[in-house]
Design a protein. Structure first.
Length: 334
């Protein structure tokens, strides 16, 4: 299996390391506008495992007849690249958590289906790991009424920039069979994440989780997503970032709450995970790439991992790689 990696930042580099440890991955072809990042990734993996994309390649990795393309670059680059790969019959995995990217990628469903390949959208920390957690929890219910996602932390500079914009934009929720737009930075809710993160105030933000989850669960009434933020984050969200993001963020966490019916009773279950977001996102992306190459995704077309992947198999492998889910134990207040 040969993999084209477009984007060698914090998440792309982590995903490359995960892929390099997978036996069937023969070569990773790395492309990034920053030549130093490409050299760093290739040097860390070794020339027998990785190589820079040729400057002459109109489509990075095309000359090497890759099996899957992993898009881990900044937002705004994913849709055009994905279309070009799909039109060559190459499966695509995108880690973007930008709403515009996710909408554009989902709109490529017909292109992916016509070429018989999958386009895994939002295959990172959140969305990505959150989609797997939601699908796993939902399987325990007879009917799912609500799904609520929350996250804290960023994977790298590109991720931090996306989150900054998300707090100053418009949130998209699914409510009672229709899409509802709400002001980002509103709707404060105290959410509890696995230790040592603990509790954090979370707010509506321009996050794509609902776009990926609502179509999967028939009859779901509400799907929301929130982002942890402090007062400064909310005040400065509509301004340029005041300081340069850290090359790789610290610890982060995700939380997925599912409400629904089991038999005649209503129930609430919560799963979470804690890790460095870039590390967890890289692991999820790498597993999605290998699943696409092996033909293990459920169908062709564009969708999130809740629709495409086997959540139990993928969560089990993630746990083996150190990305473990935690179960909330306690009494939920109605």
């Amino acid at each position: 299996m040969r993999v084209a990696l477009a984007g060698a930042g914090a998440v792309g580099a982590r995903a490359a390391r995960q892929l390099a440890s997978t036996d069937e991955v023969e070569r990773i072809v790395v492309h990034d506008p920053d030549a130093d990042k490409v050299r760093a990734v290739v040097a860390s993996l070794g020339p027998e495992r990785a190589a820079p994309a040729s400057a002459d390649d109109v489509l990075p990795g095309a000359a090497q007849a890759v099996s899957v393309a992993l898009l881990a670059g900044p937002s705004g680059t994913h849709v055009s690249l994905a279309r070009r790969y799909l039109e060559q019959g190459i499966a695509v995995v995108s880690v973007s958590d930008d709403v515009a990217d996710v909408r554009g990628l989902l709109a490529l469903d017909g292109v992916a289906r016509s070429h018989g390949v999958a386009l895994a959208v939002g295959a990172g920390f959140s969305p990505g790991l959150t989609c797997l957690l939601a699908a796993h929890v939902a399987s325990r219910f007879d009917h799912v009424d609500e799904i609520h996602v929350a996250k804290v932390g960023t994977g790298g500079p590109a991720c931090a920039s996306t989150h900054h914009r998300a707090l100053g934009s418009v949130a998209v929720d699914w409510r009672d069979g229709r899409w509802v737009e709400r002001r980002a930075g509103s709707g404060r809710e105290l959410c509890w994440f696995p230790d040592p993160i603990g509790g954090a105030d979370c707010y509506r933000a321009a996050l794509p989780d609902a776009l990926l989850l609502a179509p999967v669960f028939s009859g779901v009434e509400r799907v929301t997503a929130r982002l942890a933020a402090n007062r400064r984050d909310r005040i400065t969200a509509r301004l340029p970032m005041l300081r340069r993001p850290h090359p790789e963020g610290g610890l982060g966490a995700v939380r997925v709450e599912v409400r629904g019916r089991r038999g005649a009773a209503r129930d609430v279950q919560v799963l979470g995970a804690m890790d460095r977001p870039a590390v967890a996102a890289g692991a999820v992306a790498a597993l999605a790439v290998t699943a696409a190459a092996r033909g293990e995704l459920r169908r062709s077309g564009a969708a999130g991992l809740a629709a495409l992947a086997d959540p139990v198999a993928m969560l089990t492998e993630l746990a083996r790689r150190g990305v473990k889910a935690a179960v909330f134990e306690g009494a939920a207040l109605s």
